[in-house]
Design a protein around this ligand. Structure first.
Ligand code: PRP
Length: 156
């Protein structure tokens, strides 16, 4: 995935595709999950002319008041404690941006963080949608550039 971001045209097209379905949805903040969600969410926030809020998976610095949630296992079977600075307000309408959603556990946990802050969680925008129909129902509106099925198997 990082190789895609190294190409200027591909990066521009990816960010454009992520935000295109959300231009008229009244988004006031973008939330992005570490690490690829930082890059894509930041770029999407600039494109939508709104602020960006980071959700950290690791132990990296995140000063000040925070909300925290233990996410269910992700697609690799890893369990992360997600942390977000407590900067959202009840007036915020939040879009989550990430590169890939499979189990949806990180996105669900991010939704909890957003809603615990009193903000409205609108949905998620991802490059690749590999969600089951059950996982999809808990994430609001889901938009994606491509499904995992459409990607197919990588060559050789
Ligand atoms: O839908 P789930 O099964 O919960 O998994 C989704 C998460 O997995 C990927 O992150 P990854 O762990 O690969 O980290 P990275 O962005 O730091 O590479 C992706 O960026 C999501 O954050």
């Amino acid at each position: 995935m990082w190789r895609v971001f190294a190409d200027a045209d591909a990066l521009r097209d990816v960010v454009s595709g992520l935000v295109e379905p959300w231009h008229d949805q009244g988004v006031t903040r973008v939330v992005g999950i570490e690490s690829r969600g930082f890059l894509l969410g930041g770029a999407a926030a600039v494109s939508l002319a709104v602020g960006f809020v980071a959700v950290r998976k690791s132990e990296g610095l995140l000063p000040g008041a925070k909300v925290t949630v233990d996410a269910e296992e992700d697609y690799r079977g890893l369990s992360h404690r997600l942390r977000m600075q407590d900067v959202l307000t009840p007036r915020d309408r939040v879009l989550l941006v990430d590169d890939w959603a499979e189990r949806g556990s990180q996105a669900r946990a991010a939704r909890h963080l957003v809603e615990r802050s009193g903000a409205a969680f609108l949905g998620i925008s991802v490059l690749v949608d590999q969600l089951s129909s059950a996982a999809r129902t808990e994430l609001g509106r889901v938009t994606a550039l491509v499904t995992a099925d459409e990607l197919g198997q990588p060559p050789g």
